[in-house]
Design a protein. Structure first.
Lengths: 266, 348
């Protein structure tokens, strides 16, 4: 499995010609099988756009996104959904679905038209809930859950898709510290134990440093650096990325690089 | 310390699998619809007995009870069932599609567009015919598609999703626009014609024969064939269009099919009985309270319950002030108006 974006450019309003309108410009990213890749960058830098392109929700204006060498454009929606699952930043269902119903929706790409889920699908849904520590919430209404519980249930729903790639958009945003750690360890466990390839967009540099094998630094729609955290998570690059002076050092107790912002750069 | 409802875990028995729930739902709501349609024709100015209606020993030509049941009253009951089912199902589909529980053919202006088409046909082309078809369903369909296209264009506009307030304002605008045109058409027609269309605008299920029901069956059939394909995609669409796309739903195609099918169903209902309001809001909400929100259950259940609901409303309409008949649209509005306000308050 490999998910690759090659020289991808994208703009939301294709009618405008100026280069400034590009959400992404000539971005190339190769996601290796079994890896955990982090997308970093300031608000509006194109992280979510890149994830939506990698999910096939958007089509690139130039360049191509390929899965195992085949262009996403050519892969039918259902087929693609069996291989790539997405966890959006926030999920607001219009109706009051139960947790189990939300999770079972992950089975959609495996079911035919008008086919109802069977015992196997229900078993997979329960297993996905167990894997995310939400098994006891199965019959609760999704809307009544806390932010962290919701996020874990949406991850369970994505796991129920039985795909080998998981794309996550700021999975720990709006979660408190304890939930952040919980979701981080869940992702790390899923990556390690199930071999799920993951790409996550995040603002949390410490989370990225702790989890990811590889980081992609995006600024104004362009890649300014990519590589393992030890190579790209440096004070000069953090400053270039966010315009913030930061102290980057290895934290012995945490076991990974940590980034402490000091002040805005002049 | 207060314990809010949301902090208490909802203790409930694990729900039955979807197959069992669907079977129970179809049996229960189907049974209710069948019983309603069977009992409603018994009520009326002339007392008749069900036993005599189905008494095979009396020839049909001599069986007055059977004639009243099948010829005089059944067309009205069946048209109520068809219109109720069509409007309720269209409401479910529009609500899921627009991720908005306040959407319905009536609130979005699709009914009004359809009514304008029908009124034009009734006023100016009542005697024309396109092969076996009366012009009214066709004109209704054109009007429904016109209104649905406006809503569709607004709802699928790139960028932010449409907010409830914009959606409802768009519906109000479309309703006023089409109502003004309808009033103009009535103004231009002669007095008896204007009274006839005014009465029709209040919703009228009294068709006098089965022919008009058969006339809209192609529209109803088309709508329900599409409805049958939609429910699991509607579940995902109501969670979010990106999440639907990444779970394997062809979002653009589903949106198109949902708009086409709800326009077909609305056009059929309006062509048959005039623009009857609020069925598409009230019925899906009541059904969700009883069955949960899974569209694979809610859609068929709403269609069946919509049939019972409108037949029931029509029963009230023709008995409550007997011998005077209240237009059925007034009855649904008396129930639906306050219900809609209650929904608005509850959401706010």
């Amino acid at each position: 499995m490999s998910l690759t974006a090659e020289h991808v450019s994208f703009r939301y309003d294709a009618r405008r010609e100026s280069a400034a309108e590009f959400a992404l410009h000539d971005v190339s990213v190769a996601v290796q099988r079994g890896s955990l890749t982090g997308l970093l960058g300031p608000n509006g830098c194109g992280k979510t756009t890149l994830l939506r392109l990698m999910a096939g929700v958007l089509q690139p204006g130039q360049g191509s996104v390929t899965l195992n060498g085949g262009s996403l454009r050519e892969i039918p929606r259902r087929e693609l959904a069996r291989q790539v699952a997405v966890v959006p930043q926030e999920t607001h269902p219009a109706f009051d679905y139960t947790v189990l119903e939300m999770t079972l929706m992950g089975r959609h790409p495996h079911l035919g038209l008008m086919q109802l889920e069977g015992p196997d699908d229900i078993a997979i849904a329960h297993e996905s809930l167990a894997a995310t520590g939400t098994a006891d919430l199965a019959h609760r209404a999704f809307a009544t859950l806390s932010g962290g519980e919701k996020q874990r249930v949406v991850i369970a729903s994505a796991l129920a898709q039985s795909s080998s790639v998981l794309l996550l958009d700021e999975p720990t945003a709006s979660l408190d510290l304890a939930y952040q750690l919980e979701v981080a360890s869940l992702l790390s466990r899923l990556n390690r134990d199930r071999g799920v390839t993951m790409v996550l967009a995040t603002h949390d540099l410490n989370l990225a440093a702790a989890l990811c094998d590889s980081l992609v630094l995006l600024r104004a729609g362009r890649v300014i650096a990519q590589g393992p955290p030890r190579d790209v998570l440096t004070a000069p690059l953090v400053q270039q990325l966010y315009n913030v002076e930061a102290d980057v050092r290895f934290h012995d107790a945490a076991g990974h690089l940590t980034v402490v912002p000091i002040r805005r750069a002049r | 310390m207060t314990i809010s409802e949301s902090t208490l875990p909802r203790v409930a028995a694990p729900p039955r699998p979807i197959r069992t729930r669907l079977a129970i739902t179809l049996a229960a709501y189907g049974g209710l619809a069948a019983v309603t349609c069977l009992l409603a024709p018994l009520v009326g100015s002339t007392q008749i007995s069900l036993a005599r209606v189905f008494d095979r020993s009396i020839p049909f030509a001599d069986n007055v009870d059977a004639q009243i049941f099948f010829v005089a009253r059944m067309p009205r009951v069946l048209s109520g069932a068809v219109v109720g089912a069509a409007l309720a199902a269209a409401g479910v589909v529009l609500q899921a599609l627009l991720r908005n529980p306040l959407a319905s053919p009536f609130t979005l202006g699709v009914s009004a567009g359809s009514a304008l088409g029908a009124i034009l046909a009734i006023s100016f082309a009542a005697d024309a015919a396109f092969g076996p078809f009366s012009p009214v369903p066709l004109a209704s369909l054109v009007g429904a598609f016109l209104a649905a296209t406006v809503v569709y264009a607004m709802a699928t506009r790139p960028g932010r999703a449409m907010s409830t307030s914009i959606l409802l304002l768009a519906g109000v605008t479309l309703n006023s626009f089409f109502s003004a045109l309808i009033l103009f058409v009535q103004y231009m027609s002669d007095f008896t014609e204007a009274y006839r269309t005014l009465r029709w605008m209040m919703g009228d299920l009294d068709l006098g024969s089965f022919a008009p029901i058969l006339g809209v069956m192609p529209l109803i059939g088309g709508a329900f064939v599409i409805f049958a394909m939609l429910p699991s995609s509607l579940n995902l669409l109501s969670v979010g269009s990106d999440i639907a796309a990444t779970r394997g739903v062809d979002v653009a195609r589903t949106q198109r099919l949902a708009f086409i099918s709800s326009a077909l169903a609305t056009a059929a209902a309006v062509a048959l009985a005039g623009p009857i309001g609020f069925v598409g809001i009230v019925v899906p909400h009541l059904v969700r309270l009883m069955t949960g929100v899974d569209h694979r259950i809610v859609l068929p259940a709403s269609a069946l319950f919509g049939a019972s609901f409108l037949v029931g409303c029509d029963l009230v309409a023709r008995t409550v002030l007997a011998p005077v008949e209240v237009p059925v649209g007034i009855v649904t509005a008396m129930l639906g108006g306050p219900f809609f306000l209650w929904l608005l308050l509850r959401r706010g």
